[in-house]
Ligand binder design. Structure first.
Ligand code: FE2
Length: 175
């Protein structure tokens, strides 16, 4: 693939600047998730959910690495910008842990809810950024973002699977 030349003029474009700010935002979010996911895995009741979180932790590491490549492809240094939305979603996940009993399926139900909010935030972000990369001709960046977007969709589907296969049902019968 022929590498796109990032010119100074391109860097000055307001859309490019907005794009870059949002890349920094999701870079912060993915790094923050590396710290949050082990906590969510540990708080899980079922082995299935714990494994889903552990699996997504490994995938998240890949997302961080891909974003480093995105910065490189844009001729920028990796930089973070606090993502207030993700910060809030993680706070919500922690509240759910505090508000539910250890060892219950209601806990898992709440953790899945919190994690799917995170996934949907990421899907929205990567979906838009992938499309912007495409219109700006950042082909390499577009492919990197698409790969992560596909994995976020898979993670979301896996969580739905865990919820629907037994967690919701068992949570309903807890007293
Ligand atoms: Fe991710």
């Amino acid at each position: 693939m022929k590498k796109q030349q990032i010119t100074e003029e391109m860097k000055q474009s307001p859309l490019h600047q907005l794009f870059l700010e949002e890349i920094k935002d999701i870079y912060w979010a993915e790094n923050h998730l590396l710290k949050a996911l082990p906590k969510m895995a540990e708080a899980s009741t079922s082995t299935e959910l714990r494994k889903a979180f552990e699996g997504h932790l490994a995938v998240t590491q890949t997302h961080v690495e891909r974003l480093k490549k995105v910065f490189e492809s844009l001729d920028e240094k990796p930089e973070t910008k606090t993502c207030e939305a993700l910060k809030g979603l993680i706070r919500e996940a922690n509240e759910i842990i505090d508000d539910t009993e250890d060892g219950t399926m209601v806990r898992d139900c709440g953790l899945i809810l919190a994690a799917q909010k995170v996934e949907h935030y990421e899907i929205a972000t990567y979906g838009t950024l992938r499309t912007l990369a495409a219109i700006m001709g950042h082909t390499e960046v577009q492919a990197l973002l698409q790969a992560t977007l596909d994995e976020e969709h898979s993670a979301d589907d896996e969580l739905t699977q865990v919820a629907m296969s037994f967690v919701n049902e068992e949570a309903m019968s807890e007293k």
